[in-house]
Write a protein that binds this ligand. Sequence first.
Ligand SMILES: Cc1cc2nc3c(=O)[nH]c(=O)nc-3n(C[C@H](O)[C@H](O)[C@H](O)COP(=O)(O)OP(=O)(O)OC[C@H]3O[C@@H](n4cnc5c(N)ncnc54)[C@H](O)[C@@H]3O)c2cc1C
Length: 396
Amino acid sequence: MSSIPKIVIVGAGYGGILTAQQLQKELKHNEADVTLINRHDYHYITTHLHMPAAGTDTIEHSRIPIAQLIDEFKVDLVKGTVKEIIPKEKKIVLEDGSLSYDYLVIGLGGEPETFGIPGMDKFALTIRSINSVRLIREHIEYQLALYKNDGKPGRLNFVVGGAGFSGIEFVAELADRLPQLARAYDIDFNRIQIINVEAAPTALPGFDPELVEYAMDVLKRKGVTFRIGIPIKECLQDGVIVGEGEKIEACTVVWTGGIRGNGLIEKAGFEVMRGRVKIDDFLRAPGHDDIFIIGDSSLMFNPEGRPYPPTAQIAMQQGVLCAKNLAATLRKKELHKFVFSNKGTVASLGKGEAVAVVGKRKIKGWVAAQLKKIVDLRYLFIIGGIPLVLKKGRFF
Ligand SMILES: Cc1cc2nc3c(=O)[nH]c(=O)nc-3n(C[C@H](O)[C@H](O)[C@H](O)COP(=O)(O)OP(=O)(O)OC[C@H]3O[C@@H](n4cnc5c(N)ncnc54)[C@H](O)[C@@H]3O)c2cc1C
């Protein structure tokens, strides 16, 4: 039997891919066996998904075969769905078998947090994977086709729950796409409503107020109606109940209101807050020196004691450090603490418009939109170099 330590990475999202790629660089021949397990044989660019969801971009720009991103001589790729993690037995149970590990990296991402709003799980659509995005895209067009046959007004109302970054980016794409669809389906666009409902007192909570105002003005001009400071109380098959009981008729409700950790983690017995594990400075689960948790399933606090929001940016940085700390663990060297390096924040507002904060600089409009493209291209370059940038990049 091989005495080479076995490292298993579950999830090939931002965190998992960066861990696998960095391990390829860090580890010497036969220093460890590395296995990467993912539900699909492709990696998807979650930060793009609002576009194919609305139909403003193709799905192909958002997914990349994992085999193109890793060196299969150094990392074994297993296409499989994790059903259970059993830390006591150092075992991962898949739909069709199981695997043991010496070291585990959990990068399974997050799940929609519905805050117990009745009906949200059942009736709302969510932007979380290639498959969920296909559904949203088809659903939107289908509603317009149905409207031409049954005339039901709710078919022309599109409610987006949550005006955080993903909610705002999605309504912006909808506002770009629906006028085109309206023309294609012979529907007066003025009859279509895009309604963004947010419980917090502002859109883009926590973001620069001047840029929030700019973003809302741009989107209002594109036809978005904001209902800010109004919680959704219930989601129904044909709409939502908001505030004091008002019903907004809508056959399409897309929920973007929150993220919690992957449910498998709580099931595995880790102590969680909203499904996320408060990891130590070295990215390990408390009490488990053999388990690293990164990305949306992990919880870390900034120096002011506030939790970092779950973003691709942090997942990527954690992925790189996780690989370095795994190598250090194998070599019985000192581990490094995670220090977040904030590269800035950009929110797309659809074609040619965005808002961004980089350092202390506030950027808006066309320049911010170019910045968003650069951020996207930079990610492609990091994981796949120039060939991937040329293949999957969106330049216009
Ligand atoms: C619409 C949208 C826009 C966003 N925009 C931005 C942005 O502009 N900037 C930013 O920094 N962040 C953005 N985010 C957040 C960002 O996408 C996440 O924080 C990031 O994807 C988290 O990375 P991760 O590695 O934790 O998980 P993910 O990237 O979600 O990857 C998880 C992986 O695990 C796999 N998986 C899950 N369950 C299983 C299972 N049971 N078995 C096997 N495999 C499984 C999934 O298929 C996936 O490949 C956005 C999110 C959304 C939804």
